[in-house]
Design a protein around this ligand. Structure first.
Ligand SMILES: C[S@@+](CC[C@H](N)C(=O)[O-])C[C@H]1O[C@@H](n2cnc3c(N)ncnc32)[C@H](O)[C@@H]1O
Length: 243
């Protein structure tokens, strides 16, 4: 695990940026690029995997705003930063710690933050395995902290399943992630597949602490959900035309 101050090896990083001609499998994501990043043409960098992993800008903004308005965190931990889709929006509201295994994605996230004019002091990136990093964090209790996670769902094939089990998340089952997060803060938000097994989710709910689920819709169809644990007063639902 290491904290990354600057990643100067632009040549290495740029080699991984997907540019036209766009691979066939990514065409539909490319066509949606301005929904992913409204400033795409100002030089956003995404590697292959991030094209289908990044949270669309309006969704990311809505999540950030919901967390901030309901909870006024002093610190947000973005447990799977990827190329920065969520981190950029969180940083508009408060300081962020962003965790990511892949140093190339961290370098791209830093670049994308600069496109959105986010001061570099606003986000601390920690490169490493999410569990190792979460287990090493011992300062978060000093702050009003919210932990957000958007773990990999296993690629685009998740949507073919009628029900998505929380045990299918990669590389760790949701329960493992939830326990590691809960050690840091009870205020947890998770971005999960639209077909997530609601009965499994309900295990994390108590009479005192109901789970709030926001369903993100596009043209009337659910695309993804965001679940808020132990957080009251979160805005409950929205339909985003261009999410
Ligand atoms: C769904 S993507 C996150 C996308 C991000 N929220 C965004 O909007 O740009 C999940 C990320 O988790 C990272 N990841 C996978 N395994 C990890 C691990 N063990 N520890 C930390 N990050 C990991 C992947 O490299 C990937 O970038």
């Amino acid at each position: 695990m290491s904290e990354i101050g600057s990643f100067e090896e632009h040549d290495t990083v740029e080699k991984h940026v997907i540019r036209p001609p766009i691979p066939k499998a990514l065409k539909k994501y490319w066509n949606n690029r301005y929904n992913l990043f409204s400033r795409f043409d100002e030089g956003i960098w995404l590697d292959y995997q991030s094209w289908y992993s990044v949270t669309p800008e309006r969704v990311a903004y809505y999540i950030a705003q919901s967390i901030f308005e309901s909870h006024q965190p002093e610190l947000i931990i973005d447990a799977f930063s990827g190329c920065g889709g969520n981190t950029i929006q969180f940083a508009k509201f408060c300081p962020v710690i962003s965790i990511e295994l892949d140093p190339i994605k961290i370098a791209m996230a830093k670049h994308n933050l600069s496109v959105y004019k986010v001061p570099s002091s606003r986000v601390t990136f920690i490169q490493g395995d999410v569990l190792d990093v979460l287990r090493s964090i011992d300062f978060a209790s000093q702050y009003r902290t919210v932990l957000f996670m958007s773990p990999p769902w296993g690629g685009p094939s998740y949507s073919g399943k009628s029900t998505y089990s929380l045990s299918d998340l990669i590389p760790y089952k949701f329960d493992v992630l939830y326990k590691a997060a809960f050690r840091i803060t009870p205020y947890i938000a998770a971005f999960l597949p639209k077909n997530t097994d609601i009965d499994e989710l309900a295990h994390y709910s108590t009479d005192k602490n109901r789970i709030v689920v926001t369903n993100f819709l596009y043209e009337g169809y659910s695309k993804a959900i965001c679940c808020y644990f132990n957080m009251k007063n979160v805005l409950t639902s929205t339909a985003l035309q261009q999410a």
